[in-house]
Design a protein around this ligand. Sequence first.
Ligand code: GLA
Length: 397
Amino acid sequence: MRNVVLAVSVLFTVLLAGDPVTGDSLRRGYNGLAATPPMGWNNYNAYGLDFTEELVRQTADAMVSTGLRDAGYQFVNLDDGWMAATRDADGNLRADPARFPSGIAALADYVHARGLKLGVYQDAGLKTCGGLPGSLGHERADATMLASWGVDYLKYDNCYAGPGCDQISCPDGTAAPAQDRYAVMRDALLATGRPIVFSICSWGTENVASWAAGYGNLWRTTGDISTTYTSMLSIFEQTVGLSASAGPHGWNDPDMLQIGNGMTVIEDRTELSLWAMLAAPLITGTDLVSATPETLALLTNAAVIAVDQDPLGRAATLVTAADGLNVLARPLSGGDVAVALFNETDSPATITTNLSAVGVAAGNHTRTDLWSGAATSSAGPIEATVPAHGTVLYRID
Ligand code: GLA
């Protein structure tokens, strides 16, 4: 184990010393995880901080029985709320004894036995956003504890970032920069020798997308998503300009999916389409135990997931966005291109683009509508009538 740790740190140091060091080499040299965007479930959007180990076990079972696991959803992530209000007498983290009586190691075993992985939440400050003990000053011990429990993923939040800070803001000079605090936990996780995906949750502040490759495997680009089309649209708009920062092992994170939580089916489909175009992590935030067949079918659309998980890892850029009629294009491995026609307006509209605008050579190509499955061959314009808030998603060969 020590040798592995040493080799990882040497590799990391060599890459950091390289000149010039690009974002890509940093990403490649980091922990080697998340070659494609992580996929899984998290309790927060559906349950907030109030959830139990029983729900987590039921969710893991549901991920298997509904086909989500086999569609690629791998992580079962516990958000804020899993911890006890205080550390134990030795300063160790512990699970809430009433809601997680079996402890995290037992839950990890349960999840692993079903071919899934377990994630937990902590915070790069003095307290979590929900007021539970944070990891600032305890990074090494906490990382060791999580690794010993068999944790595979850490979402690391940014509340109460230093003395004098409140939940989300700090008077000048009262907190170390996020970059420094996240580096301490990154190094603590690496030192455990256990592969642990590291999710930076600093809400897009301090230009996180400009430095986070090499610090974590994904980084939030915005504040929290809510269950509305407007919130989803605003997060999309804040994230799409950051696509150059994303790539294998390091992804922009526009927050967890709200599919199934109250938007219309057209809006739900738009969310999965846009997140797939952005090469975003797909962490469903819905109640999988009682999800409708429609929600489950939407979440497991293999053709859309294949765009998200494309090994080239190039996130989409906007081709045009005039009058709220958006065209996005994303090159895929093997030479295919994914194209999204997204109508953000409140009325149906025809959206048109052409092959050269989306980076496809002139000539006949098969275009497959990834939601209807219909395929046509054409050399002409790419055009569709798109419902209000809707997205038509094509794969062009
Ligand atoms: C912050 C994060 C959310 C969630 C909550 C939990 O708001 O951005 O994703 O983790 O904290 O308290």
